[in-house]
Design a protein around this ligand. Sequence first.
Ligand code: MG
Ligand code: MG
Length: 266
Amino acid sequence: MADQPIIYKTKEEIELMRQSALLVSKTLGIIAELVEPGVTTLYLDKIAEEYIRDNGGVPGFLGLYDFPNTLCMSPNAQVVHGIPDDKPLQNGDVISVDCGVLMNGFYGDHAYTFEVGEVSPEIKQLLEITKKSLYLGIEQCCAGNRIGDIGFAIQSFTEKHGYGVVRELVGHGLGRTMHEEPQVPNYGRRGKGKMLKNGMVLAIEPMINLGTAKIRQLNDGWTILTKDGKVSAHFEHDVAIVDGKPDILSTFDFVDEALKKKKSKV
Ligand code: MG
Ligand code: MG
């Protein structure tokens, strides 16, 4: 398929996109409060759908390419695109929650991987390093840099820790459609690829595996898993390039707040 053109956004459009991203951030904050052993991903999915609709948005994934739910819920060895189900989460699991919203004609698309109860130090580190790699990628989102600079930052940092960087799934441009040009791989070479310019809005989303980078797909046509069955982590932000610099439209503040509140209750 021929490359679609990159659609640059005006500052006014970026403000609308900030609202879409913010609704996703708030939804993830609600989910953060509720993630615990015994809860099902299908229950969390219903809560998210209600919250999004109550706040003037429409679930962005529901029906998109025929996806059946509001959230992509990918526990443990699932990388992304997991379908919510009625299996309770267990202590020591991790659950990647990816949420999309359509509001004011623009999409938000943003993800966090949560710990369920107490996880092993090895997995805790995978989550920390993956989250950190997201911000290293975002730091590269400056006008004049190239797409490869983002991937290089994410890949070099995570591979240094011995992790596998998923190749087949990538970040993307975001706007009036969920997936726009350019593709944003989580691997790459410095100075290579399309040039970054003001008005680009990118979903940056490292998918990092504890073991091999290799993946497989379940025959549900959706769920992506690690080939070796080891845990995978996924964090995603929506980033606009404004006045030459990255402007993160989404935020983990609501998640952080909810997790802090939960901790203080224990
Ligand atoms: Mg996403
Ligand atoms: Mg995305």
